[in-house]
Write a protein that binds this ligand. Structure first.
Ligand code: ADP
Ligand code: MG
Length: 605
C-alpha cells in the first residue's frame, strides 16, 4: 500500500501559514502590502486586543470582481507575476500568492471588495479555510478584509500569541515601516477604537518622519542627496554624526519600496559612519535604495524581510560612500554657525539706568574677556629628547598673531569668540547662534585622528625608529593575521617584519605613540582589531588603530590650555572633516542656542 498522499488543500494552507502568518503583525503586513499593490491612496487599519481578537484593513484600491475575489483565496493565485521569468524582476510587494489563503485558513475571514465603477461588490466569508458564503454587497469601492480569532483552529499557535500590548506594538512597528515607506499614501491606525494616528496622503518623507517620529528626530537627520550611483539610487535621511541608538529599531532601510534587514548594508553603514558612531551603537536611518529588481533576489524568505544582492560588494561601496559624503555635508552647516557673533551686547546707551559696568564698558567686546591661566607653566612637556622633532600638531603653543590658518580651510579668527575655560576641560565660546562648549580632549583627539589618517593615506604615519628593535612572539593565529595586515600596520607607523615561526621584529613605532610596553600593546591591539577587520576594509583598519591609540596622546582633560592654544585648537577642529565628534563618536562641541537660553530663562514659552 502506498504511504504517500497529497495533503488536503486546507491542511496545505495551514502548513504554508506557519511561515507567512506568525502573529497579528504579519497579517497586517500582508494585507497592507496588498492594499499598496492595489494602488490604494488611503489605507485604514483597525485592530482589537492587539489584533488577537480582530484585524481590519480597508483600502480604496482597485478592488476585485467576483471571480477574482474567489480566486485570490486559492493557493498560488496571484495577479502580480505570470511566468518564472517575472520572478527575476519583481516590481510589487507581493508575488507569492500565498498570503490570503494562508490567513483565511487560520482565522475567521471576511473579504468585501468592489471594483471602481462596479454596480455591486462581492462579500466572501471563510472559516478556517472553508468557504462559507459568497454574496453581493454594497461596500464602498476598494477592498476590506477582516480577520477575526486568528489561530482559533490552531490552539498550539494561539498559545504563542503574546499579550495584547506586545502584539499591538508589533503591529504598530509594521505599520510605522509601511507609513514611512509610502509617505504619499494616507494611513489611519486605530487600536481598540483609539485613534493612534491619521496621516494625510501626499506627504513628503520629511513630513511623514516628523508626524511619526517627532520634530526632535527630524532635527537630528541629514538629507541624503537623491542621486544614482552606479545603478543604485539612494535617497532619504541619516542621523548626523554622533546621533545613534542602542538598538537597530531606528535603522530603517527600504529596498525598492520594501522594508528590509540586510547585514551587507548594516556593515556598510557602520563603515560609512566609522568614527562618527560610538562603539556598540547603531545609526539612525530612513534610507531608500532603488535598483534594478533583477539585481536583487527578494524571494529568500516567505516574509520577504531578507534580500540577497547579486553584487553585495558594489552595494556596500555605494552605501559607504554616500554615508561618508552625507555626514560631511553637515560640516558646512556647522561651520556656518561659527560666523562672527552679532553685536548683541548691552551697551550703556541702550539703558536708561546705566549698568554698573567697569570703567571701560567696551571691555566686553575684546577678544579675551576672562583671564586665562598665566602663561608660565608649559602645558605639555615638550619631549626635546626625541630624535626627530615631533609633528607640529603636538606642539600647539604658538602666538596667535598672525593666527596660523588651518591648512584645509582658512577662516577669519573672529568666526567665534573664546570666553574662557570651564573646569580645565570645556572651552566656552560664543558664536552667532549662542553658546558653544568644546570638550578640549575630544577636540584634540579628532584633530590628531584626521591628521594621522591623512598621513597614513598619503605616505604613512611618521615613525620613530627604535634604538633597539624589539622581538614579538605571537601564537600562529595572530602571526597569520599580522602577516596579512603588514602593509596597513606599516602605514600606520608600526615597523614590523616577520621572522617566521611566529616571531616578528618591531623596529619602529608611530611618533605619537607613547607605549611603555610595545609588544603588549601590539598584542592587545591585534585582539581588538581582528574583530573589526572582519567587517571593514584594510584602510579603515589602520584608521581604527589610530583612533584607538590617538586617545592616549591627545590633550588630556586636565591639561591647562592657554588662549593661543585654545584658539589654535578650535581652528584646527573646524578645519576637520567631521569636527563635531571625536574618533570614538562622542561629541566634541555642544551648541546652546539663544533660543534654548531664552527658553531656560523663561523669556520665551
Ligand atoms: P500576492 O500578494 O502574493 O499576489 P495574496 O494572497 O496576498 O498574494 O493576494 C492574492 C491576490 O489577490 C493578489 O495578487 C491581488 O490580485 C488580489 N488582492 C489581494 N488583496 C487585494 C486588495 N486589497 N485589493 C485588490 N486586490 C487584492
Ligand atoms: Mg500579498
Amino acid at each position: 500500500m502506498s504511504r504517500i498522499a497529497l495533503l488536503p488543500e486546507a491542511v496545505a494552507c495551514q502548513v504554508a501559514a506557519g511561515e507567512v502568518v506568525e502573529r497579528p503583525a504579519s497579517v497586517v503586513k500582508e494585507l497592507v502590502e496588498n492594499s499598496l499593490d492595489a494602488g490604494a491612496t488611503r489605507v485604514e487599519v483597525l485592530i482589537r486586543k492587539g489584533g488577537n481578537s480582530s484585524i481590519r484593513v480597508v483600502d480604496n484600491g482597485c478592488g476585485m470582481d467576483r471571480d477574482d475575489a474567489l480566486l485570490c483565496l486559492e493557493r498560488h493565485a496571484t495577479s502580480k507575476i505570470r511566468t518564472g521569468a517575472d520572478l527575476m524582476a519583481i516590481h510589487t510587494l507581493g508575488f507569492r500568492g500565498e498570503a490570503l489563503p494562508s490567513i483565511a485558513s487560520v482565522s475567521r475571514f471576511r473579504l468585501a471588495t468592489r471594483e471602481h465603477g462596479a454596480l455591486a461588490g462581492t462579500e466572501v466569508l471563510v472559516s478556517g479555510g472553508k468557504l462559507e458564503t459568497v454574496r453581493d454587497c454594497g461596500e464602498a469601492e476598494g477592498t476590506q478584509i477582516e480577520v477575526r480569532s486568528l489561530f482559533y483552529n490552531l490552539p498550539a499557535r494561539r498559545k504563542f500569541l503574546r499579550t495584547e500590548n506586545t502584539e499591538a506594538s508589533h503591529v504598530e512597528h509594521v505599520l510605522y515601516l509601511q507609513a514611512i515607506g509610502h509617505p504619499h499614501i494616507g494611513f489611519v491606525f486605530l487600536s481598540d477604537d483609539r485613534l493612534v494616528y491619521q496621516l494625510p496622503p501626499g506627504q513628503s518623507l520629511r513630513e511623514r518622519i516628523r508626524d511619526l517620529a517627532g520634530v526632535a528626530m527630524v532635527s537630528e537627520l541629514l538629507e541624503v542627496s537623491d542621486e544614482e550611483v552606479a545603478g543604485i539610487r539612494v535617497r532619504g535621511f541619516i542621523g548626523r554624526a554622533g546621533v545613534s541608538r542602542s538598538s537597530r529599531q531606528q535603522q530603517i532601510l527600504f529596498l525598492n519600496g520594501r522594508p528590509i534587514e540586510n547585514s551587507t548594508i548594516n556593515f556598510a553603514l557602520r563603515e560609512g559612519y566609522h568614527t562618527a558612531l560610538m562603539k556598540g551603537q547603531h545609526p539612525v536611518t530612513f534610507l531608500f535604495l532603488d535598483m534594478d529588481p533583477a539585481a536583487v533576489d527578494v524571494n529568500v524568505h516567505p516574509a520577504k524581510r531578507e534580500v540577497r544582492f547579486r553584487d553585495p560588494a558594489h552595494v556596500r561601496e555605494v552605501i559607504v560612500e554616500i554615508t561618508r559624503r552625507t555626514l560631511e555635508t553637515d560640516r558646512a552647516s556647522w561651520t556656518k554657525t561659527f560666523t562672527a557673533p552679532e553685536p548683541r551686547r548691552i551697551t550703556v546707551e541702550d539703558h536708561t539706568i546705566p549698568l554698573p559696568l567697569p570703567a571701560e564698558p567696551l571691555a566686553l567686546r575684546r577678544e579675551w574677556t576672562m583671564p586665562f591661566p598665566p602663561a608660565a607653566p608649559s602645558p605639555a612637556p615638550q619631549p626635546s629628547q626625541a630624535a626627530e622633532p615631533l609633528p607640529e600638531f603636538v606642539a600647539p603653543p604658538k602666538p596667535p598673531d598672525p593666527p596660523p590658518p588651518p591648512a584645509a580651510a582658512p577662516r577669519p579668527a573672529n568666526d567665534f569668540k573664546i570666553i574662557g575655560i570651564l573646569g580645565r576641560l570645556y572651552i566656552i565660546m560664543e558664536n552667532a547662534s549662542g553658546l558653544v562648549l568644546v570638550d578640549q580632549h575630544a577636540a584634540h583627539e579628532r584633530i590628531l585622528f584626521e591628521e594621522m589618517s591623512r598621513r597614513m593615506e598619503k605616505d604613512g604615519v611618521p615613525t620613530q625608529r627604535l634604538l633597539l628593535p624589539i622581538t614579538l612572539h605571537v601564537p600562529p593565529k595572530d602571526a597569520d593575521w599580522l602577516e596579512q595586515h603588514l602593509d596597513v600596520l606599516n602605514r600606520a607607523g608600526i615597523g614590523l617584519e616577520p621572522f617566521g615561526g611566529g616571531t616578528f621584529k618591531i623596529d619602529a613605532l608611530p611618533q605619537f605613540l607613547k607605549a611603555d610596553d610595545p609588544p603588549q600593546m601590539l598584542r592587545d591591539m591585534i585582539d581588538e582589531l581582528r574583530e573589526t577587520s572582519q567587517q571593514t576594509s584594510k584602510l579603515r583598519l589602520g584608521e581604527d588603530m589610530i583612533a584607538k591609540t590617538v586617545c592616549r596622546h591627545a590633550v588630556k582633560a586636565n591639561d591647562v590650555l592657554r588662549e593661543p592654544e585654545c584658539l589654535r585648537l578650535i581652528q584646527d577642529l573646524l578645519a576637520c572633516e567631521l569636527p563635531y565628534c571625536c574618533p570614538h563618536g562622542r561629541p566634541t562641541m555642544i551648541q546652546l542656542s539663544y533660543a534654548e537660553l531664552e527658553k531656560k530663562f523663561g523669556r520665551k514659552a
